[in-house]
Design a protein around this ligand. Structure first.
Ligand SMILES: Nc1nc2c(ncn2[C@@H]2O[C@H](COP(=O)(O)OP(=O)(O)OP(=O)(O)O)[C@@H](O)[C@H]2O)c(=O)[nH]1
Length: 437
């Protein structure tokens, strides 16, 4: 999440810490650095100008105290202004029952997946009764995708032969069954076109939804603001959801959207899975970016995971084998990419050596593939893995014999260490089972 931006802002904070005083020269330098960072991050010019101006004004009138160093004061101001730029979060208006939530956006933005994510969020976290409606009647595949997702999350699905009939029917059904919210997945096109906008306008005039939510791909960078403007000129948008935030390194859309369009963010899509939806919280996003972590988010993630207690690892570490490691790895991966999780721990992202020790998703998959290519017997008793078995495992997992050897070596080290009870004498754990291979 915003890895490039995060790295750059943290190195700027390091630079600011070196300032002994803040004269006009330093203030100009800070503003120049921030401007450059924003422009390199594909953030809209108006948003860049706004934050630089705010920072400059605050720094020019700053009162120094002896307790806080100039560098810390500057970093605090920049952090606060990043939070202000992201803007206060929006929400879903539940003042009507059922409330209509119209999901709009261009094709591929993640609209269908996000409709299901929201339904799941409100059903599981807020005890609401959602109804999912497929209104993209021209694309049977989109209807099918939403229907499948609705079955997966056990939320009812409704559709009809045109979007107006679908909404009408859904409203009647919701009123009779007491549903709280109707989430309508409207049609998307490859780009914003007149036909799409006309249909939305007509739906809006007919049903006056309390919620018109724009789903937008954060990877679009500041281009996202153009799409948002086109929708905003057609219907009154009440909020936006940025999808694929997990893959966005620069933050161009996130930091531009509010300033350019005024539309508040409500949720962030942070992965392909249904659970990968976060309520937008600017403080938590910024704290993560600047390396202050997000303990609250980490606790939420851990408590969301349903641990299968029948698969709990044995208490005695001597009994651990590759089955144990495979299972723990799966439990950890359910929470999302490892680096993402660790970035939620305050200070972690600033320790470069620690980051280098952590395998990325691709490496995790390779380690998992090696373990999965072992037979159940091999996983229980890895000592039986001889040269020909290693060849078979490497071939089956699409890795190399060296990689299989490396994993087995790390396993051996792990076992030896516990046998010799060296751990009690303060010896560091090897980076297994999450080490690089
Ligand atoms: N990494 C990541 N992928 C996402 C996220 N949200 C959606 N996707 C993926 O983006 C792709 C497009 O998502 P859809 O929900 O089909 O997009 P859509 O806007 O409904 O597109 P159409 O149905 O074609 O109109 C799918 O592969 C999703 O799994 C997210 O937050 N993170």
């Amino acid at each position: 999440m915003l890895s490039d931006f995060s790295e750059k802002i943290q190195s700027l904070f390091k630079k600011f810490r070196g300032y002994g005083k803040l004269t006009e020269k330093e203030i100009n330098e800070i503003c120049r650095d921030i401007r450059l960072l924003f422009l390199e991050s594909d953030i809209a010019l108006s948003a860049t100008k706004k934050i630089v101006e705010e920072i400059k004004n605050r720094l020019s009138t700053l009162e120094f105290t002896t307790e806080t160093s100039p560098g810390t004061l500057v970093s605090n101001i920049v952090r606060e202004e990043l939070i202000n730029l992201l803007g206060k979060p929006g929400g879903i208006d539940f003042s009507e029952k059922p409330t209509l939530v119209m999901m709009v956006g261009i094709q591929g933005s993640g609209k269908t997946t996000t409709s299901a994510k929201i339904a799941n969020y409100f059903a599981t976290k807020e005890n609401k009764k959602p109804l999912l409606v497929g209104a993209d009647v021209r694309r049977p595949a989109a209807q099918l995708q939403l229907e499948k997702l609705s079955q997966q999350i056990k939320v009812p699905f409704f559709t009809d032969k045109d979007p107006f009939l679908a909404c009408e029917g859904a409203l009647n059904l919701a009123r009779s069954k007491g549903y709280d919210l109707i989430i309508v997945d409207t049609a998307g096109r490859t780009h914003v076109d007149e036909e799409l906008l006309d249909e939305l306008k007509a739906l809006n005039e007919r049903f006056h939804p309390k919620n018109n939510i724009l789903v937008i791909d954060s990877m679009m960078g500041q281009e996202a603001t153009k799409v948002a403007k086109a929708f905003f000129e057609t219907i009154p948008l009440t909020g936006a959801i940025l999808t694929k935030f997990d893959g966005d390194a620069r933050g161009g859309a996130a930091f531009s959207l509010r300033e350019v369009t005024g539309v508040p963010l409500i949720f962030l899509g942070v992965g392909e899975k249904i659970q990968n939806l976060e309520k937008f919280d600017p403080v938590r996003v910024v704290n993560r970016i600047v390396g202050m972590g997000d303990i609250e988010g980490l606790i939420e993630k851990v408590s969301d995971i349903k641990i299968d207690t029948s698969k709990k690892p044995p208490e005695e570490i001597e009994k651990w084998n590759f089955d144990t490691f495979l299972e723990s790895m799966r439990q950890i991966r359910k929470m999302g990419p490892l680096e993402e999780l660790l970035s939620m721990i305050p200070g972690f992202s600033s320790i470069k050596q620690m980051k280098d020790m952590i395998p990325d998703e691709k490496q995790m998959k390779r380690i998992e593939a090696v373990m999965l290519s072992m037979t159940p017997k091999e996983r229980k008793k890895p000592e039986i893995i001889d040269a020909s078995r290693k060849r078979r495992i490497a071939k089956g997992s699409g890795t190399s014999i060296q990689e299989v050897n490396q994993l087995l070596k790390q396993y051996e080290m792990f076992k030896k260490m516990f046998k010799s009870k060296n751990l009690k004498k303060g010896i560091k754990l090897p980076n297994f089972p999450i080490g690089r291979i």
